[in-house]
Design a protein around this ligand. Structure first.
Ligand code: C5P
Length: 235
């Protein structure tokens, strides 16, 4: 895997629309995220399509259950050979260990990513959930827990990437959504960073959806983001 990659989020409702988007973008993007919406609608067909096109896959299913169930669910996912697969760090150490074990025992190249605190949660949500420490500390604590339990990296906000990189060292994958090219529309994202900011903060993979899929020329939009990433990585 190269040091940095752009991952385009295929936030579309069907494999037909996914195929159209992938065809329009062509060789400008080699990595796609398939999340719950598309997976539950047309998962196997979409994953076969992406494989057939030689694309890499980030399967964003955010698994969260008892360790045995997660271990077996990860085993089921491996048939599609995803490069990245998400679990919730809140399932705790034994669950993350079980996910990592499923990959290891299958001899698969899939990397397990943990989600710490969903960015849709704020202070008042953590209060409701009985979590007293500040959000940033909770993110760091869950990040350490997950990587300590065998996760290969984390999904995180670009604003958290710097602190996580410091805490976790150079090897952890840090995959950041919430990325907007300078001057781009925010959509429902509130706390965003530019591609260059995210790379400089230590992100290894950037997840971008609407700024590419919603652009008049998605291929050109993806190429522009990749150029910005490469410039920031080389700087
Ligand atoms: O269109 P946009 O670039 O906002 O898409 C970002 C993608 O990353 C979406 O698939 C979204 O669900 C996902 N994501 C996110 N923020 C998180 C975790 C995932 O935007 N904290």
């Amino acid at each position: 895997m190269e040091n940095h990659a752009l991952i385009v989020a295929l936030d579309v409702p069907s494999s037909r629309e996914a195929a159209e988007a992938v065809a329009r973008i062509g060789d400008a993007v080699s990595f796609y995220k398939v999340g719950l919406e598309l997976f539950l609608a047309d998962g196997p067909e979409t994953l076969r399509l992406l494989r057939g096109e030689g694309k890499r896959v980030f399967l964003d299913l955010k698994l969260h259950d008892i360790p045995r169930t997660v271990e077996r669910a990860v085993g089921s996912c491996l048939r599609w050979g995803p490069d990245l697969l998400t679990v919730h760090a809140q399932g705790s150490s034994a669950m993350v260990e079980a996910a990592a074990r499923a990959v290891r025992e299958a001899g698969a190249a899939t990397r397990i990513l943990a989600v710490t605190v969903l960015t849709s949660l704020d202070r008042s949500d953590l209060d409701l959930l009985g979590v007293a420490r500040p959000v940033e500390e909770q993110v760091l604590a869950l990040g350490r827990l997950a990587v300590g339990a065998g996760a290969h990296g984390l999904v995180c906000s670009p604003r958290e990437a710097g602190a996580l990189r410091k805490a976790l060292g150079p090897d952890a994958l840090l995959v950041t959504p919430g990325v907007r090219p300078a001057g781009g529309a925010l959509g429902d994202q509130k706390r965003v960073a530019t591609p260059a900011d995210a790379i400089r903060a230590g992100a290894t993979h950037l997840v971008v959806g609407r700024p590419v899929l919603g652009a008049p020329d998605p291929r050109a939009a993806a190429l522009a983001i990749r150029e910005e990433m490469a410039a920031a990585a080389g700087a």
